[in-house]
Design a protein around this ligand. Structure first.
Ligand SMILES: [Zn+2]
Length: 115
C-alpha cells in the first residue's frame, strides 16, 4: 500500500491518525456520544443519582475523547495542507520520534515542554 508519509520517513502518519480517529470515534459511540456530541438520552436511566454521577464522569471522559478527536482531525487537515509535522509555535520540524509517539502533536518537544 502506498504511504503518505513525509519524505525521509517510513512512517504512515495518515494511517496512524486515521486509526486513532476511528478508535476515538468508536470510544465515543460506546459511551453513547455521537460524533456531533450530546449524550443520547435514555429515559430508562433517568432520575437516579448514581447514574447522574456516572454521567458526569462519562461526560468528562467524552470531553477528553472529543478534544483528542479534534486534535487528530486537525493533524489530518495539516497533512492535507502539507504543513504536517511543523511546529506551530517555532516553525521547526517536529522530530519523527515525537510524531510516532503522538501523531497529532502540534508543537515540537521544546515548545511543548515550555508550556
Ligand atoms: Zn517548536
Amino acid at each position: 500500500m502506498a504511504s503518505d508519509a513525509p519524505a525521509g520517513t517510513d512512517v504512515d502518519y495518515r494511517g496512524l491518525l486515521e486509526a486513532e480517529r476511528e478508535d476515538l470515534r468508536a470510544q465515543l459511540a460506546e459511551l453513547g456520544f455521537g460524533e456531533s456530541g450530546g449524550l443520547k438520552y435514555d429515559p430508562n436511566f433517568a432520575d437516579s443519582s448514581q447514574v447522574t454521577a456516572e454521567r458526569g464522569e462519562v461526560e468528562a471522559l467524552a470531553g477528553q475523547l472529543r478534544d483528542a478527536l479534534e486534535e487528530v482531525e486537525a493533524a489530518i487537515d495539516r497533512l492535507e495542507k502539507g504543513t504536517y509535522g511543523i511546529c506551530e509555535v517555532c516553525g521547526q520540524p517536529i522530530s519523527p520520534a515525537r510524531l510516532e509517539a503522538k501523531p497529532a502533536a502540534r508543537r515540537c518537544i521544546a515548545c511543548a515542554s515550555r508550556q
